[in-house]
Design a protein around this ligand. Structure first.
Ligand SMILES: [Zn+2]
Length: 223
């Protein structure tokens, strides 16, 4: 009984430690379950180990690590896929990069947030991971483009305006205005009309990306 108490205490401590570290690196909130000392000790131990692995640097993607290694999806990932929260392309690209990480060590701890499949494939990564997916001299995006038969654009998640600027490149915006309407507010991203033809995606595709990542409405305006 005394031994069990000690073990539980150490697991609790390790949990608290990994919780704070993992939350600092914005890990997904999939393992924050309430602690039940009587019935859930094995499950808690597994979750704690999983959090620790996240902390020491394991690739994070729209699917879990088990599904990265497998050809099938676990229950939770299947649910995300069925609901449309994860797409087949996100799964394919995540698994491809996970396999590549065996040879390219810098890919081992990347975090892929979203993948959009338009005229070009847009991969959104956590801040600091963009260059790792681009690879030296663009070596990894070249492999991705060849494999998935489309040009690849990699963008890091960042502050709202900084992200919009990176997403729009090579086009630059004139400004972002907040517009208040009876149906709520939206952001109007103003672009010089002369640059419209250089945009790499449509108005709807732009809005879809911003909505998925920042949860707000946007509209491109040409002037
Ligand atoms: Zn899974």
């Amino acid at each position: 009984m005394a031994q069990a108490t000690v073990n539980l205490k150490s697991i609790r401590l390790l949990c608290l430690f990994t919780d704070s570290v993992v939350s600092n690196i914005h890990a997904p909130k999939i393992i924050r379950a309430p602690i039940n000392p009587i019935t859930d000790i094995t499950s808690l131990y597994c979750k704690t180990l999983y959090k620790f692995f996240l902390y020491i640097g394991i690739m994070q993607s729209p699917i879990c690590e088990i599904c990265l290694k497998s050809d099938i999806l676990c229950g939770a990932c299947k649910e995300k896929f069925d609901s449309g929260a994860t797409t087949q392309l996100e799964i394919d690209i995540s698994r491809f990069l996970f396999n590549l990480a065996g040879k390219v060590k810098s890919l081992a701890d990347i975090k892929i947030l979203k993948v959009f499949d338009f005229k070009l494939i847009i991969i959104i990564t956590a801040r600091g991971d963009g260059a790792k997916i681009v690879g030296r001299g663009g070596s990894i995006v070249k492999v991705l483009a060849k494999k998935f038969k489309k040009p690849i654009k990699v963008i890091e998640h960042s502050q709202f305006k900084e992200f919009i600027q990176n997403l729009l490149q090579p086009v630059s915006f004139l400004g972002v205005n907040t517009v208040y309407t009876l149906n709520g507010e939206f952001y109007k991203v103003r672009i010089a009309e002369a640059q419209q033809a250089r945009l790499q995606f449509s108005q709807e595709e732009f809005s879809e990306i911003i909505k998925a990542l920042y949860g707000c409405k946007t509209e491109l305006s040409f002037e």
